[in-house]
Design a protein around this ligand. Structure first.
Ligand code: IMP
Ligand code: MG
Length: 181
């Protein structure tokens, strides 16, 4: 449980998220038109809501798998040391892999995961990230599809947590501490 008192200010409404996902899905659908090898790899836990909405807009034959990498723990800063906590269940060799991430921040998590998956020889691999914080980047990573670019704020909701809370909010909001004056 977070120890400091805070409130959440809405940044992106549920309606804007839904509209943006329709656009992303239509671009992704055209990109993968004709393939029957698509596997969507969700990075747990932050992407679980996004992936659920995204795959339901994808009118394509698709498989879904999950991978969990450690990142922040309960802190608000990346540890820069990425460990795989839960690996994929299936093989990705020769497959079209679409990695779905909640936020690309420093880029350490995604860079580590992409290197790992690349070593398993997928046919093609792309990234779709719901949020991008470009000003925070330390590793040169770019998602082919991005939902929204956001400023350097700590956000929660729509799957994304602060110390495991607030994943169930239907919108994305920023955390504002109320003991800061
Ligand atoms: P990176 O390795 O610094 O790019 O961190 C990426 C991961 O950190 C994301 O997958 C999120 O799980 C987490 N993260 C980054 N920014 C935020 C945030 O504003 N709120 C909650 N989690 C975040
Ligand atoms: Mg994450």
């Amino acid at each position: 449980m977070p120890s400091r008192p805070y409130v959440i200010d809405q940044m992106i409404s549920a309606k804007s998220i839904a509209a943006r996902i329709e656009e992303l899905a239509s671009e992704i659908r055209s990109h993968y038109q004709g393939t029957d090898k698509l596997i969507v790899v969700g990075l747990l836990r932050g992407s679980f809501v996004f992936i659920a909405d995204l795959v339901r807009e994808l009118d394509l034959p698709v498989e879904v798998d999950f991978l969990e990498a450690s990142s922040y723990g309960d802190a608000m800063e990346s540890s820069r040391e990425v460990r795989i906590l839960k690996d994929l269940r299936g093989e990705i060799a020769g497959r079209d892999v679409l990695v779905v991430e909640d936020i690309v921040d420093t880029g350490f998590t995604l860079s580590h995961v992409l290197h790992l998956l690349e070593s398993r020889n997928p046919a093609r691999m792309e990234v779709c990230a719901l949020l991008n914080k470009p000003t925070r980047r330390e590793v040169d990573i770019k998602a082919r599809w991005t939902g929204f670019e956001i400023p350097d704020e700590f956000v929660v909701g729509y799957g994304i947590d602060f110390a495991q809370r607030n994943r169930n909010l239907p919108f994305i909001g920023k955390v504002r501490f109320t003991d800061e004056g």
